[in-house]
Design a protein around this ligand. Structure first.
Ligand SMILES: Cc1cc2nc3c(=O)[nH]c(=O)nc-3n(C[C@H](O)[C@H](O)[C@H](O)COP(=O)(O)O)c2cc1C
Length: 386
């Protein structure tokens, strides 16, 4: 029987040739000043155009939405021009690319904020951990997070506006779709989860209130893009960025049910138990129940990411736990990942030392199978990026 991974799939408006998605990966390599996508970034994405579709690295919708040094934005004209190089490169190579829209909320630092202001969040709850900023010498540096400033109720429409502006600019830049980043402890997740949302207004308290901002953002963006060209990413039971919900089963049950109403192209979940998959064991029963609950509520296509290899991805598709699988670190290190899976070929190992910041090394120099055989790369690499 043919692998399910290599069966075609209809995703919203698009026909996909297989089910191997490129997961969003922050690489902190936007051109400076201005956090502008560069020709080198376009090369990186074009090299990976054989994905069923690409989800870009998280991209801040505003200066306030930035949380790490050198991440790209989608709020200035230059950034739109930079992204246009990326989308053209991917389209020329035959691929599809969705932009992941991002506001980090409290996961930031005054060094990254306009006028050195405090980052904003649903409540003034300080995250444990460190922010990644650029120091005076132009190097990356880790500094402790501070307590953020709680948003006033009157400011929240302005947050929705930031997403709206980003989504409009994404259309101008030639993307095929957008993904709303509501996972991994960033702003929308901070509103969803009880440990970070202690508000007493219409945006806090009940789950209905905590998901109000996400619903407002999704509704506004669906009006711009059409729901069949957009997805939402969630990380149910996730703890990354010092976040926790006191009743994730109930919270994400209701969130998935609300999102089901929009007719989205997909829902994208971060696997709640990555370590189990990486150990080669079944996920924790609670994680499986969580996924099952969401699957029952959300009837559209489901993407799952986190810890998969060829075999586990195939088995999860066979078991009906997901419709598509997104690969992060494996796609980072293997620009031709679908081809390698198809041929059961050896994979390049990823190098965590070159995940964030730097240039071409560990970015656009991972070889394809064809290059390993001595063939010329299909996507030409400009010598100036080396
Ligand atoms: C270097 C790196 C950067 C990441 N950046 C993002 C990001 O920008 N947005 C996001 O939603 N997830 C991000 N993630 C999480 C990945 O999308 C993915 O969920 C995670 O790597 C697990 O999948 P994997 O086991 O296939 O790598 C990142 C992960 C890594 C390793």
């Amino acid at each position: 029987m043919m692998d399910m991974l290599f069966q075609t799939f209809r995703l919203g408006r698009y026909d996909l040739p297989h089910r191997i998605v490129m997961a969003p990966l922050t690489r902190s390599r936007a051109r400076q000043p201005g956090n502008i996508p560069s020709p080198m970034n376009a090369c990186y994405y074009a090299q990976r155009a054989s994905a069923a579709f690409i989800i870009t690295e998280a991209t801040q919708v505003s200066m306030q939405g930035q949380g790490y040094a050198w991440t790209p934005g989608i709020h200035s004209r230059d950034q739109v021009e930079g992204w246009r190089l990326v989308t053209e490169g991917v389209h020329k190579a035959g691929g599809l690319i969705f932009l992941q829209l991002w506001h980090v909320g409290r996961i930031s630092h005054p060094a990254l904020q306009p006028d050195g202001m405090l980052p904003v969040a649903p409540s003034a709850v300080q995250p444990k951990g460190m922010a990644f900023i650029e120091n005076e010498r132009g190097e990356g540096e880790l500094v402790p997070f501070l307590a953020p400033r709680a948003l006033q109720t009157e400011e929240i429409p302005y947050i929705v506006q930031q997403y709206v502006r980003g989504a409009k600019k994404a259309l101008e830049a030639g993307f095929d779709g957008i993904e709303v980043h509501a996972a991994n402890g960033y702003l929308l997740d901070q509103f969803l989860c009880s440990s970070t949302n202690q508000r007493a207004d219409d945006y806090g308290g009940s789950v209905e209130n905590r998901m109000r901002l996400l619903n407002q953002v999704v509704e506004a963006l669906a009006g711009i893009w059409g729901p069949d060209r957009m997805g939402v990413r969630l990380s149910p039971m996730g703890t990354f960025n010092d976040i926790e919900d006191h009743d994730p089963e109930r919270t994400f049950d209701l969130v998935a049910s609300a999102l089901n109403e929009y007719g989205l192209a997909y829902l994208h979940l971060v696997n709640p138990d990555v370590p189990a998959l990486e150990r080669g064991t079944e996920p924790h029963p609670r994680a499986l129940r969580m996924l099952d609950t969401i699957h029952k509520q959300f009837r559209g296509p489901l993407i799952i990411a986190g810890g998969f290899d060829h075999e586990t991805a195939e088995s999860w598709l066979q078991l009906g736990r997901a419709d598509l699988i997104a690969f992060g670190r494996k796609f980072l290190a293997n620009p031709d990942l679908p081809e390698r899976f198809c041929q059961h070929a050896r994979l390049n190992a990823d190098d965590p030392a070159t995940y964030y910041g730097g240039g071409a090394i560990g970015y656009i120099d991972y070889p394809t199978l064809a290059q390993e055989r001595g063939e010329e790369p299909r996507i030409q690499i400009d010598e100036r990026w080396r």
